[in-house]
Design a protein around this ligand. Structure first.
Ligand code: GDP
Length: 443
């Protein structure tokens, strides 16, 4: 996400940071680079113009010129202005309204509307809500099946729409049905077209009139850049949407849509889609995203992801196992799987302050991913008894495991050796903790 924009901006910042003192010329040169970086990232040109003007005004003020670290002051201003550009504060959904909360999803075909409806259902259930999914796209019969399949996968109830029904009737009947089933959030997955189309807009307006949704979320594919912004503006004119969901953000290196949409439409980004899996939906936090773009990391999101992946009870169990030296290869593998759920190692590194820019120097960052896959394959080729007690693994067993995992006996031996070293280290650390000695690098 935002990789190329981030790299360009960091190069521009070097111009500011290199100077002990900043004068009008240094500021102008640096800002020219920032401007180019934003234009290259496909940010709307009028948005870029205003953004640069605001920074220039502030950078030439007293707070910067009298500062001992003027370069860093300018970067701080860019950071603050970028947070504003992305929407200022986190918007989220207004879950406080009288149930059922009706959320209408709208957007072009292929933008990710159906997938996002299901992702939102999962998100809402995690917030202890009872979502109800409503397929209302009767023109693309596969869309109804697609949402029913996703609802099944999640175990979330869905309305039994059929392609011969009228979409407005579907939505109004579905809301009644949701009430009967005591569901408190209704998600209307409306139809999309390849382009904006009068008839479709009339249908969406009719659904809005009848169902009075508290939220109308416009879903757009972030990879389409300024097209997404233009379509958002049009949908907003006709439907007065309450917010935007940008999908496919994980693959968007430029970020033009994310940086322009709030200024152009006046409507905030509420969520972003970060992959095809149903759990790949994130609440959009302008401050955290600005930090990620500027290579300052995003520790809060990392902590939240880790908390989702590893629950407290399990962590306490593991600690006990460490203390009793019972941590075995099976535990090791299950922990490794959880860490991988946090995303790619490269993605994790970008959330750690200062590591984002380092990732390029570490050319082998992709390596650990491969290494993890290999370790997983080796452990999977062991029997449960072997995983629980790796001392059972004799040479003939190593040969079997190597053949099963497509590796060599040397690989299996190396893994076991590393694992033993890790066990020893854990034991030592736990011992020190018991004696109340501080362990370097541990909180
Ligand atoms: P709809 O026509 O608007 O309902 O779009 P769909 O929900 O069918 O999505 C179109 C395609 O985009 C599907 O292949 C989805 O898996 C994919 N998709 C949706 N959201 C994301 C996302 O955040 N990241 C990625 N990589 N793919 C997504």
């Amino acid at each position: 996400m935002f990789d190329s924009l981030s790299d360009r901006l960091n190069a521009a910042f070097k111009r500011f940071k290199g100077h002990g003192r900043l004068d009008a010329k240094n500021i102008k040169d640096g800002l020219r680079e920032v401007r180019l970086a934003l234009l290259e990232a496909d940010v709307h040109f009028s948005v870029v113009k205003d953004f640069i003007e605001r920074i220039k005004d502030r950078a030439q003020g007293q707070e910067v010129l009298e500062s001992l670290t003027p370069g860093q002051q300018v970067v701080k201003i860019v950071h603050e202005e970028m947070i504003e550009l992305l929407g200022g504060t986190t918007s989220g959904l207004d879950l406080g309204t009288k149930p059922p909360l009706v959320i209408m999803m709208a957007g072009l075909q292929g933008s990710g509307k159906t997938t996002t409806s299901a992702k939102l259902a999962l998100y809402l259930r995690r917030q202890k809500r009872k979502p109800f999914l409503v397929p209302a796209d009767v023109y693309r019969p596969a869309a109804i099946d697609q949402l029913h399949k996703l609802a099944n996968e999640l175990g979330v109830p869905a309305f039994a729409s059929t392609a011969d029904m009228n979409p407005v009737d579907i939505c109004s009947q579905a809301i009644e049905e949701a009430k009967k089933q005591a569901c408190d959030v209704v998600l209307l997955d409306t139809a999309g077209r390849l382009h904006i189309d009068e008839l479709l807009m009339q249908e969406l307006q009719a659904i809005k009139e009848t169902c009075k949704p508290q939220e109308i979320l416009f879903v757009a594919d972030s990879m389409t850049g300024q097209d997404a912004v233009n379509v958002a503006a049009r949908f907003n004119e006709l439907l007065d949407v309450t917010g935007v969901v940008l999908t496919k953000m994980e693959g968007d290196a430029r970020g033009g849509a994310a940086l322009s949409i709030k200024s152009v439409t006046g409507k905030p980004i509420k969520f972003v889609g970060m992959g095809e899996k149903l759990s790949d939906l994130e609440v959009f936090h302008p401050d955290r995203v600005a930090s990620r773009i500027l290579g300052m990391g995003d520790v809060l999101t990392l902590i939240e992801k880790a908390q989702e992946a590893i629950d407290a009870k399990e962590a306490a169990e593991l600690e006990k196992k460490f203390k009793r030296s019972e941590f075995n290869l099976e535990d090791f593998r299950s922990q490794m799987k959880k860490i991988r759920k946090l995303g790619s190692l490269e993605g994790i590194m970008k959330m750690i302050p200062g590591m984002g820019q380092m990732r390029k120097q570490l050319q082998n960052v992709k390596m650990p991913e491969k290494e993890l896959t290999r370790i997983d394959a080796i452990i999977s080729s062991m029997t449960l008894a072997e995983r629980e007690d790796h001392k059972l693994i004799t040479l003939s067993r190593k040969k079997r495991i190597a053949a099963g995992s497509g590796t060599s006996v040397a690989d299996v031996t190396a893994l076991l050796k590393n694992f033993e070293q890790m066990q020893k280290m854990m034991k030592k650390m736990m011992g020190k903790q018991k004696q109340g000695k501080a362990i370097p690098g541990m909180p």
